[in-house]
Design a protein around this ligand. Sequence first.
Ligand code: ADP
Ligand code: MG
Length: 265
Amino acid sequence: MSEVLKIENLSYVYPKSAKKALDSLNFSIEKGEIIGIIGPNGSGKTTLIKAISGLVEYEGSIKLYGEEIKSIPRIELAKKIGVMAQEFSPIYDARAVDIVEMGRTPYTNLFGDLSDRDRKYVDFAFKALNITHLRERMFYSLSGGERQIVYAAKVFAQSPEIFLLDEATVHLDIGNAQHLLLKMKERASEGSTVIATFHDINQASAFADRIIVMKSGKIYSMGDPEEVITRKMIKEVYNATCEIVKGPSNVVNVFMTLDTMLVNQ
Ligand code: ADP
Ligand code: MG
């Protein structure tokens, strides 16, 4: 296994903010790994994705194949890292196909002309995500979930070595979420590395080889899903009461309870 990313003493404070959004993080990621990042609202998941995307002036170090992310030119970084941000709102409305073609930007010339190879990647992305029927639709005429799949197709067309996904399934129904995550697993089995944040702990548990639990900008715990997803963690990190059950393929599932007897015990 070869190390793709090495993160050392990574910290970040937003301008005018008093508290660290990321506080001394240390971990590394191997090629082909699928990492799930979970943690409550405001725990730093999105900031971590932004830092690895090279979008914030972090302190400490993020090395991609040994090279500091900050010093890699943006266009080179975009050939290696594809980001699906938590929010995607293009300034101008455009057809789904125009959005997906934007995934090829790191490879096109100054005029944005697509080569035959670029068009193949775009067609592949539409087919892989089963959205060929949305090709000519205007982006803002689509439902929230459809927009999210088009956005996923853009990063598929980019075909990066590393996928950074920030709550990529949040608007998707169970069928579309499953399809997207299976496609991502396929990419990982072909050698891509996937780092994905999740709102839904059960999706993270089913998807990831390794989970990182964030709390207040720090890593609370890190390891196999069945190691880190425990009642104690859910209580200490999310302040929630739940039951943990092993499902098919030994995937750990979290069930929130609304039984006040259990919550107050
Ligand atoms: P998560 O994605 O886990 O919900 P974020 O990484 O978005 O959390 O936020 C981490 C912390 O940084 C939170 O306390 C949040 O309020 C703060 N934060 C996020 N964006 C900004 C910003 N643009 N300016 C100031 N503080 C921010
Ligand atoms: Mg977030």
